[in-house]
Design a protein around this ligand. Structure first.
Ligand code: ZN
Length: 1076
């Protein structure tokens, strides 16, 4: 009530004060010389900013650059996955399968221990939505699980997906909950990994992988009183090298994976390396090692799990679901057939044992949505029980039992110990990852890296929002406590954040973000994502308002986020901000722990405006037109561009006023090509030049570079001003025609062909004081490139935005790429892609193999380099990429594939949406020529890391037109940026199932960087000293701090706030803080 009254009543005294301040400061306002177009002396303006660009670090005086030697050495005993293809036979054998040799199994010398592991693979949405699967199958599986495991005390079961457990849990009586916990304590039931879902490993960004893992594991720990120690990821379509690191950091000791290229598996078999210690590329001591078991056969179902003969294995499958047309294959074990049935199985187990170094054999018994009926449990139990007892009584040197992963790995580790490490050492060490994946038919699962890009982009947007909302709610919680006020909205905000987190977590499932679900399931995901987006926006507004009002005013919420999504199938939008005479407030929040100086853009409804920063200085701004049509400017929408400075985790507010005459606004020049002259309204002062359809090269430039565009409006050359060199950089939009492509599989009919051959696009070039931009409008593609004139990292790359619409009929069975051909002379097809945004891994294009076999996933960047320079294409969303020629990199933007690719979906993917994609193209020169030595991995430069961080974590913009005097003009919770090579992965409040505050989670990451590149334009310090928690979070009152495993399940001990945090490069540290 009080607040609403105050909103209406801006005190006249305050107004007078404001006017006075304005007058006071007016003489000091910067002056921009006229004739601004040619002026590149913006920074000579006498703007009284806090920072001094000359102090921005230029050379790398960092401890990391002095201890670089380790990273160049390579260990000969290590298996590098990049070296496996040259040893691999890719020929197909019968039934279009890759061939796997089974080593000759000698007599029965060694005792073979078999663990039969019953499990059920439950997709969190695929052919049915997550709720449909729950009702139709999962509920039955879990209810029967409790009943049958209680009945059959020697039977076991393994479960992975927490999302279903949480749905089920809410329906259970306390008594059943108790029984579930008892099954876990008895070791009959094991929760494997316990992530919210079994996440995809190609298109997911590591902070969100951690987030859904923490959500799942915290739930499991709180409700089931158990802490997972083994990971089980049997269905993701290829496996990333980042996951073993995340799993290990969160307390996993062992892991199981399945979908590895079947021909690569055969190569691993030949080296007895289907079980290995998976080690990170940067690790030379083995601290990141996690024991990984690769299932040997083509699928995880029962037919493929007992041994090489699927006809035999199928005889032991007693529960084919009714929906499948085939007849049940399970053969009942009778007194009459037990001898032969046991012998068959024994033979298969023995053969399977022959593939591995040790004689402990894992036999998963399960498949998709299995064990959902009482009969299926009974039949499996009784039949297996008979065979187990029979074999165990024979003199066959084999013992069999039901078991969990814990049982399997305990036996395996025991065998390893008892045999000593004398025989060829212990498990081999492997570095790398398992992309691309192929199961059979020489078909490659490289299409899904780019399937349904709309949703991949939307989910990244939500991830950014969630991270900001989490940080803000943590700050609000602690700030309110500091002011002795309860953060009244805590409960609501916690509930909203939980929904955002769980909806986003669900979408990380390996049939969701991959784009491989049925259309109605996709709709279900997108409704959940849209809800998550809107809720996250609400939380950002609520918490911001709390923070800017000393926790006094949070009703009504007057802040509106600048971005919106009207529905789950349109491009994201930005509001046109109404500029009021009394002032419209703009609120900016910087979600990264580094200070930033950036050019920001905003669409406003008037050009007669003034912008003032929180110190009441007038801010110069550029005015750009908004096009209403090809030949018309919008008359009530203008894009303004101005420079924003904002500290780490800080807020800045600016106020825009409607004025009679615009003094500090600088009109841009607008050049148009291939279009009728644009009508310039007489009030608008744009300098319009129409070049008609003459063959003209367009340019945009800033103080670092100049980019030239050909008559089709695409980049063809760049000039680096500091070195005075030209580079060839040709961009093209091209299309593959698909021959056998589907949701999962990429199978083009041949090379990509340019889309732009016969197209004459409309081209507009906008040039002004702070940025220059070319906009190119093709039939189905809008493409823009922007250079910001600023000395910070933002100015060092070429910002690319594409909007692609594949809905037109003639786009059917096409897969569209953006290709950049440069003069970077990368050797032997080598390039680098990121893995989940955590690290860069080396790739090698094999030129004599088909295109789709050379595609890899990226989530944040792809890098080409030679001895003198490096091209980095930063991406804001996940894609498939390839480098098919020297100097070339291509990104698949979208695909419209009309046919099914026989992987179970039953249809193609043609529900395309207009989709936005953002990139930054960044060239760097080495300080001196250094040949590329290590093709297995590399690191981004420090500048590149900072550019990428800026792209992934955009500044959050809010505004309010409501009259008010209640908002603080700024809020700077941290006084200093943390060192450049460190980042805060996440800062959030944890809550119990009842939404009670349960500590705050802080994860810090130290990035390794390549020291061979200059570090110009960095605003963060390169300090040699390590930060402490109190320097990281100086204004947050912390009661206690514990260092923990990644997801806080295990404590590593208390940490004093003033203790230096020594984090080794490429490592993360996780803390549980008490702010209550
Ligand atoms: Zn699955």
């Amino acid at each position: 009530m009080k607040f609403q009254q105050r909103l209406m009543m801006v005190s006249s005294a305050a107004m007078l004060g404001l006017v006075f301040i304005l007058l006071l400061y007016s003489p000091g306002v910067m002056h921009v010389p006229s004739g601004h177009h040619a002026t590149r002396h913006r920074r000579a303006l006498s703007i009284d900013y806090d920072f001094d660009p000359s102090q921005w670090s230029a050379s790398l005086q960092n401890v990391q650059c002095e201890q670089n030697s380790d990273f160049t050495k390579l260990d000969n005993a290590t298996i590098f996955t990049q070296n496996l293809p040259e040893k691999t036979n890719y020929n197909l054998y019968k039934n279009n399968q890759y061939k796997m040799q089974h080593p000759q199994v000698e007599g029965n010398k060694e005792m073979i221990n078999v663990i039969i592991l019953p499990h059920s693979h439950v997709d969190a949405g695929w052919l049915q939505s997550v709720e449909e699967y729950y009702v139709n199958h999962v509920k039955g599986i879990l209810n029967n699980m409790v009943k049958k495991l209680n009945l059959y005390k020697d039977m076991t079961f393994v479960w992975a997906e927490t999302v279903f457990l949480s749905m089920w849990w809410n329906e259970l009586e306390d008594d059943v909950k108790y029984q579930v916990r008892r099954l876990l304590q008895r070791g009959q039931l094991e929760i494997a990994l316990g992530g919210w879902v079994m996440s995809d490993e190609a298109s997911t960004h590591y902070p969100s992988v951690i987030d859904q893992l923490m959500e799942g594991q915290q739930w499991v720990s709180e409700n089931l009183h158990t802490k997972p120690v083994n990971s089980w990821a049997i269905d993701p379509f290829g496996h990333s090298g980042t996951m073993p690191y995340l799993w290990k950091q969160s307390g996993m000791e062992n892991m199981v994976i399945q979908r590895v290229h079947q021909a690569i598996k055969a190569t691993l078999v030949s080296q007895k390396a289907l079980e290995f210690n998976w080690r990170q590329n940067w690790d030379f001591s083995g601290t990141s090692d996690i024991l990984c078991h690769v299932m040997p056969y083509v699928y995880y179902g029962m037919q493929y799990a007992c041994g090489p003969d699927k006809q035999i294995c199928a005889m032991y499958d007693y529960g084919k679901p009714k929906s499948l047309k085939e007849e049940p294959t399970g053969r009942e074990i009778t007194k009459k057939n037990i001898a032969s049935q046991a012998r068959y199985l024994h033979e298969q187990y023995k053969k399977k044992a022959g593939l591995y170094k040790y004689s402990t054999v894992l036999v998963p018994v399960g498949d998709d949505f299995r064990f959902d009926t009482s009969q299926e449990w009974d039949k499996h139990y009784h039949n297996y029980k008979k065979v187990i007892e029979y074999i165990n009584k024979q003199n066959w040197n084999m013992t069999i039992q039901f078991g969990t992963l814990k049982d399997y790995f305990r036996l395996l580790r025991h065998e390893e110990l008892s045999k000593g490490k004398d025989v060829d050492g212990s498990f081999p060490v492997l570095k790398g990852d398992f992309f691309p994946y192929s199961d059979q038919n020489s078909e490659y699962w490289t299409g899904y890296f780019s399937t349904r890009p709309f949703h991949k982009q939307l989910s990244r947007d939500i991830e950014n929002n969630l991270r900001s909302a989490d940080i803000l709610s943590t700050l609000a919680y602690s700030e309110c406590k500091k002011h002795g006020v309860d953060f009244e909205r805590h409960h609501d905000v916690a509930r909203q954040l939980q929904e955002v987190r769980r909806n986003l977590g669900l979408f990380l499932h390996h049939d969701a973000i991959t784009g491989t679900a049925k259309p109605h399931v996709v709709e279900d995901y997108e409704n959940k994502l849209l809800k998550a987006f809107n809720l996250s926006q609400d939380v950002i507004s609520i918490t911001t308002q709390n923070l800017l009002t000393y926790c006094e005013h949070d009703d009504p919420i007057i802040l509106s986020p600048e971005r919106y999504r009207r529905d789950a199938y349109s491009l994201p939008g930005k509001y046109t901000v109404a500029v009021m005479k009394r002032g419209t407030k703009l609120i900016y929040f910087n979600p990264v722990a580094h200070e930033r100086t950036e050019m920001v853009t905003l669409v406003v409804d008037s050009f007669n405006i003034e912008i003032k920063n929180s110190q009441q200085f007038n801010i110069p701004f550029q005015i750009n037109p908004v096009f209403k049509s090809a030949t018309n400017f919008h008359e009530s929408q203008f894009e303004i561009v101005f420079q924003l400075e904002i500290p780490a985790f800080g807020f800045e507010t600016y106020t825009i006023y409607q004025v009679d005459r615009n003094i500090y606004g600088y009109w841009s020049t607008v050049e148009t090509l291939n279009t009728e002259p644009v009508k310039n309204n007489e009030n608008m002062k744009f300098k319009v030049r129409n070049y008609g359809d003459i063959d003209r090269i367009s340019n945009i430039e800033n103080e670092f570079m100049k980019a030239s565009f050909d008559k089709k409006g695409v980049l063809n050359r760049m000039y680096d001003k500091s070195s005075g060199t030209f580079s060839k950089v040709e961009l093209d939009f091209m299309s593959y025609s698909s021959e056998g492509s589907g949701a999962y599989i990429f199978y083009p009919s041949g090379k990509a062909e340019t889309l732009l051959e016969k197209i004459v696009p409309k081209i507009r070039v906008i040039k002004g004081l702070f940025m220059e931009q070319i906009q190119v409008v093709y039939k189905n593609i809008y493409h823009s490139m922007t250079l910001f004139d600023i000395a910070s990292s933002q100015g060092q790359g070429l910002h690319i935005e594409n909007k692609l619409d594949m809905r037109a009929k003639d786009m059917s069975d096409h897969e569209i790429i953006m290709r950049i051909n440069s003069d970077v002379k990368n050797v032997d097809g080598s390039f680098y892609t990121d893995q989940n945004g955590y690290q860069l891994i080396g790739r090698k294009t094999i030129f004599n193999r088909r295109i789709e076999t050379n595609y890899y996933p990226v989530t944040t960047m792809v890098v080409l380099e030679d001895s003198v320079k490096r091209l980095t294409l930063h991406t804001k969303q996940s894609h498939g990429v390839a480098s098919l020629h020297q100097g070339s990199v291509e990104v698949m933007l979208d695909r419209k594939v009309m046919s099914d690719d026989n992987r179970g979906l039953g249809e193609g993917v043609f529900d395309n949406r207009p989709t936005i994609s953002n990139f930054i193209l960044h060239f760097e020169r080495k300080s001196s020529a250094i040949p590329v030595k290590n093709f297995h991995f590399t690191f981004p430069s420090l500048v590149s890391s900072v550019i990428n961080e800026g792209l992934q974590q955009p500044i959050q913009t809010m505004f309010t037109t409501v009259r008010n005097d209640i908002l603080l003009s700024k809020f700077h919770p941290k006084n200093q940026s943390i060192p450049c090579d460190m980042s805060v992965v996440g800062l959030k409040n944890l809550v119990t199932s009842d939404l009670v505050y349960n500590g705050s989670s802080l994860i810090i990451h130290r990035r390794k960087f390549d020291c061979n590149y200059l570090a110009a334009g960095l605003q963060c310090p390169l300090s040699r000293t390590n930060p402490t928690l109190s320097s990281l979070l100086p204004n947050i009152p912390i009661t206690s701090t514990r260092e923990t495993t990644l997801t806080h399940l295990h404590s590593k001990g208390n940490v004093p706030l003033d203790m230096e945090l020594s984090i080794r490069p490429m490592e993360m540290m996780s803390f549980l803080l008490d702010l209550s």
